[in-house]
Ligand binder design. Structure first.
Ligand SMILES: [Ca+2]
Ligand SMILES: [Ca+2]
Length: 259
């Protein structure tokens, strides 16, 4: 049984290197491979539960006591890339959103699309749900003059959540909080964005409630950013929203992850 890889795991006491041994594949409905790893008490078995994850350089591990855990590496942890071609994990205005093939797509074969303004979908069952202390990255673009799009996180209910938008139609970076039904924009900043162009928004959600939100173009250059402080929410569901507009938008999201 030869060692085939080393998994580096960020633990509370630093990065731990786990040697990985692969005796062979076991093809089942969910478990494709089984890795044998050395543990303090002998050799343990780790079944890998999602073959698609390897594409993005991270690992989901089914553990005995803690459910499925997602392990970081330098490529981050996937929240959703829509490559399963469905939005069955989401609820609320699902009829207005779809995970489909066809341009535009930033990564893989599928992207999330919406052609209705002021709608949203929310999920608590994605591969990873971000919380305070995480940095969220998502790609988005608008393809006509009514197009503003965003993400929702820390969502408890319709009256309690954070929302961070790239409003291409109004060249605005907007970040706000709904706290007990009272919505406040904490960042509202002019950022020049073009239609039919991919942008990446990075949301640094500090564990103490300090937010830094930056929009980058596809070449990696920052085109605008803003900061805010708010501690109303520290965890909750994740989702996507279309901004209010006075026409029919053309919106696309792709790969969302924690980096
Ligand atoms: Ca899905
Ligand atoms: Ca995709």
């Amino acid at each position: 049984m030869a060692q085939i890889a080393t998994i580096k795991v960020q633990t509370a006491s630093g990065v731990k290197a786990i040697p990985v041994f692969q005796p062979g594949d076991i093809n089942g409905n969910k478990v494709r491979d089984i890795l044998h790893v050395s543990t303090p008490s002998g050799t343990g078995v780790i079944p890998l539960t999602d073959t698609g994850d390897a594409t993005y350089g991270f690992l989901r591990v089914q553990t005995q006591n803690n459910g499925v855990l997602a392990f970081h590496d330098n490529n981050g942890v996937l929240i959703d890339d829509f490559e399963d071609g469905n939005i069955s994990e989401y609820s609320q205005n699902t009829g207005s959103f779809s995970a489909t093939t066809g341009s535009p797509v930033k990564y893989g074969s599928y992207s999330l699309k919406c052609g209705t303004n002021n709608e949203r979908i929310i999920s608590s069952t994605l591969n990873y749900i971000p919380s305070a202390g995480d940095t969220i990255e998502w790609w988005g673009r608008g393809d006509n003059s009514y197009s503003g799009l965003g993400v929702i996180f820390g969502y408890q209910d319709t009256n309690n959540y954070y929302q961070s938008d790239m409003r291409v139609h109004s060249n605005t970076l907007k970040f706000g909080v709904n706290n007990g039904g009272s919505f406040t924009w904490l960042i509202s900043k002019t950022v020049s964005m073009s239609q039919s162009t991919w942008y990446r928004q990075v949301i640094e959600w500090g564990s103490g409630g300090n937010f830094t939100i930056t929009i980058y173009d596809a070449s990696g250059s920052a085109v605008g950013s803003g900061t805010a402080t708010d501690t109303a929410h520290t965890s909750g569901s994740f989702g996507f929203t279309s901004a209010p507009s006075n026409g029919t938008p053309s919106l696309t999201w792709d790969r969302v992850r924690v980096i």
